[in-house]
Design a protein around this ligand. Sequence first.
Ligand SMILES: CC(C)(COP(=O)(O)OP(=O)(O)OC[C@H]1O[C@@H](n2cnc3c(N)ncnc32)[C@H](O)[C@@H]1OP(=O)(O)O)[C@@H](O)C(=O)NCCC(=O)NCCS
Length: 415
Amino acid sequence: MGKALDGVKILDFTHVQSGPTCTQLLAWFGADVIKVEKAGEGDATRGQLRDIDGVDSLYFTMLNHNKRSITVNTKDPRGKEVLETLIRKCDVLVENFAPGALDRMGFTWERIQELNPRMIVASVKGFGPGPYEDCKVYENVAQCAGGSASTTGFDDGPPLVTGAQIGDSGTGVHLALGILAALYQRNTSGRGQKVLAAMQDAVLNLCRVKLRDQQRLDRRHVMEEYPQYPDREFGEAVPRAGNASGGGQPGWILKCKGWQTDPNAYIYFITQAPVWDKICQVIGEEHWITDPNYATPKARLPHLKSIFARIEEWTKTKTKFEAMDILNKYDIPCGPILSMKEIAEDQSLRATGTIVEVDHPTRGKHLSVGNPIKLSDSPTEVTRSPLLGEHTVEVLEQLGYSEAQIAELKQAKVI
Ligand SMILES: CC(C)(COP(=O)(O)OP(=O)(O)OC[C@H]1O[C@@H](n2cnc3c(N)ncnc32)[C@H](O)[C@@H]1OP(=O)(O)O)[C@@H](O)C(=O)NCCC(=O)NCCS
């Protein structure tokens, strides 16, 4: 079966996490992704957080599936020529270097346009144009600058970053969408264009509901579904809401059987209005169905803490999976707090290819997250990440370099 992006060539000039997330998705959809790495060094993540000496780290192997790797010193004039040839032949250049790095290398937007007017140049940067545009940025900086940290955690504690890599991987996903839109527009315009996904912007996009709440707070000075209500004053900015749901249906994380020893014996419980009667029946508080203090969502808002405390008395008598089974019978929305160990062992995630086992020549078998986006006519086969420079000769030959030319570049350490 063919792939959605068959025939699309990506010059992958990305490193670390944000850019590689984007190009990995494009590779999974069938694009030919040629990763250009520094000769002799490669993507810094190959050597970061290593669990096996001398072997590409999981950080690298899990972000660079289905790609080819070539090593080129793009600061050497002969290396620049290789890159120019690649620019002429490829559809998209993706990069996430520090601001200005590509220009300093001599590959300005104007120069790239001269070489290939159809080329799409897609970049991740920490910030868009403005006071911070020249700053280097990593994941947690973006989480902080994009509004996530100030709205995550409990209000008696400091701002918190989240384990989900919304700054890096989140921005990579945004960039991939921008690239696909630009490829689509090129069908009619015939021209390439610049695509920019700034990490601050991507995080803010994912924190959209908190900017919603800022405006609600400005207008009404109170938000009844927040845990601060009704006991505490609201300040001027959206406060941290602990485990409150962020939507119109109140929710909280509740202890389950075994919580004293298992840090993940918890369940997320949503008191969705349409199933309130069933919730009351399950926990044995049938009188709440008609009690005016509990009967409507509005009446319940001032009592959410005591309601969840009562539900927790019930969840503490069940394991999170027993609670799931019971609650799902009544269509009560809930979710177990799954540990990474439980996820790694989850057979249904393996069956769908969301968790995959991949073999690697120096590392051996390891787990990875496969393509979370499933296309019925473009199934994903996850293949291992390339070794450093594994495809340098193959790609240069395809670009028209002779054996002698390749040997010369190798001798001069340009590749
Ligand atoms: C992530 C980041 C902070 C890392 O910074 P860094 O390790 O100092 O790396 P830089 O991006 O500055 O690039 C390093 C240099 O390598 C050079 N380089 C990259 N590939 C090369 C190659 N194949 N051959 C020769 N030189 C190369 C670059 O030109 C740059 O040189 P310069 O500083 O002289 O211009 C930075 O790249 C950044 O802010 N990127 C944008 C935001 C982003 O994506 N952040 C999230 C990362 S997950």
